[in-house]
Every structure is written in structure tokens, then in C-alpha cells.
Design a protein around this ligand. Structure first.
Ligand SMILES: [Zn+2]
Length: 250
């Protein structure tokens, strides 16, 4: 009788322990499920609320991928032209966050060469952390790979396959090794031999005066300049025969 009651006590003890353990596991499962199921997927161009960043952090937004089929479909015949000599496997689709001048956090996307993907993610992460303003970061395919239209929209981008004029040398943008940042406010500027002035985008003339005050301007020594330099990029703003204030290349 005494043995039986001891056995019962042991059973009750183990039952209590098991019940506590199950409740404990259940509690953590609920917390985990809440985190997973309330995590929203934000698309490129979408604004991410500050409250969301507070809850989930920002680091998981900075990712690099082989070019997904859905993205390649958008690129093919546009930035990835039919005569493209750069293999799809040597490119990466990166997602990140950037802040506009008003401080809104926006999801950005870019296609770059695989060899610089991690560096570009690090640069964009540090620019985001410092609230360095970048207005728009969408694939150039959004503008049918028309650089002029992408630049007029102040879009920041990289890969757009092309050969350097009258050669069979692939340009740095064609390799995904050049990045253009805040393109409307940081134009390309050159005088041809016949004296003709080239400004790209053509709507950027007001921003050729680099002493004037305006948003999204890249200047030598600012954070954008310093970070690209740190990772081994050259800045087009330092070229001699032309100036390309938006352009960083490796
Ligand atoms: Zn460029």
C-alpha cells in the first residue's frame, strides 16, 4: 500500500513536470509563430514603417541572391540584352534598405556583379545606418533599361548591358561593376571636341553647379564617397576629361 502511494506520488510529480514542460514549449512556439506569421514581405519600392524596423530589425533586409527567374524575366531583352555576353550566373540580385531625404525607409533592389555583391551590401547597409539619403533604387528595367529615363527619376542602379561605343569591350555597367547613385542630382558632364556640351540626364543642368546647395548631392569626402573609396571603387567626379558625379566603378 505504501509502495503504491509512493508510485502515485512519483507519477503525479512527473505529470506536473511534463505539463509545465508542454506549457513552456507551447508558449515559445506561440511567440515564434507570432513572429513568423506577422512578418510581412515588403517589395522593392515599398516603404517599411519605423515600428516594423523596431520590432524586427533591419539587417535581414540586406540580402544577395542568384538572379531569380521572376527578375530575369523582367531583365531579359532590356538590361540583359539578347547579345549579352555576361553570364547570368556572374550577376547577383541584391535587396537592401535605403532612406530618402524625408527619412522614410524604402526597400531597394539592384543587379550587380557577383564579385562586388557583398561589398555593395556593406556599403548600402552603412549608408542606411547613417541615414545617407538615396531617393530611389529600382532595376533600370522598370524604365525599359532606358538610362536617361532612369536618371531623370533620380534612380540609383548598376547593371545595364552594353559595349563601349564602337568597340567590343563591355562597359563597367555592362559587367555590373559600376554603380550610379542619386543620378538626377549627380549628372554626367562632358564637352565634345566640337564644343558641344553633354549633360546626362538632360534635365540635370541645374545640378552642374557643384557649389550650389541641393539634396542628394555627392561631394568628395562625404560618406558615400568615403565608403565606395574604402571598398576600392573609383569616383567619376574625379575624372579629368569628363565628370560623372553619380558614378562609382571597380
Ligand atoms: Zn555610371
Amino acid at each position: 500500500m505504501k509502495i503504491k502511494s509512493k508510485c502515485c506520488r512519483v507519477k503525479v510529480y512527473y505529470f506536473t513536470i511534463m505539463r509545465k514542460l508542454i506549457l513552456f514549449v507551447l508558449f515559445f512556439f506561440c511567440v515564434y509563430a507570432h513572429q513568423v506569421f506577422s512578418k510581412k514581405v515588403f517589395r522593392p519600392g515599398e516603404v517599411v514603417p519605423g515600428s516594423y524596423i523596431k520590432s524586427y530589425g533591419y539587417r535581414s533586409f540586406f540580402t544577395s541572391h542568384q538572379i531569380p527567374d521572376t527578375i530575369f524575366k523582367k531583365m531579359f531583352g532590356k538590361s540583359y540584352k539578347e547579345n549579352c555576353t555576361v553570364p547570368r550566373s556572374s550577376l547577383r540580385y541584391i535587396l537592401c534598405l535605403h532612406k530618402d531625404i524625408a527619412g522614410k525607409t524604402i526597400v531597394g533592389e539592384m543587379v550587380v556583379n557577383a564579385s562586388i555583391a557583398q561589398d555593395i551590401l556593406s556599403i548600402f547597409r552603412q549608408l542606411y545606418e547613417a541615414s545617407y539619403p538615396i531617393e530611389r533604387m529600382r532595376l533600370v528595367d522598370y524604365w525599359n533599361a532606358d538610362d536617361e529615363m532612369s536618371m531623370r527619376a533620380n534612380n540609383s542602379s548598376s547593371f545595364n548591358f552594353r559595349f563601349i561605343s564602337h568597340t567590343n569591350v563591355v562597359s563597367k555597367h555592362g559587367l555590373g561593376l559600376a554603380i550610379d547613385i542619386n543620378t538626377l542630382y549627380n549628372p554626367y558632364h562632358k564637352y565634345l571636341k566640337d564644343g558641344k556640351e553633354i549633360v546626362e540626364p538632360i534635365t540635370a543642368k541645374p545640378y552642374l553647379n557643384r557649389n550650389a546647395n541641393f539634396p542628394y548631392k555627392i561631394v568628395k569626402g562625404d560618406l558615400c564617397y568615403r565608403l565606395f573609396k574604402k571598398y576600392g571603387f573609383k569616383w567619376g567626379g574625379e575624372w579629368k576629361s569628363s565628370k560623372d558625379y553619380q558614378h562609382f566603378e571597380k
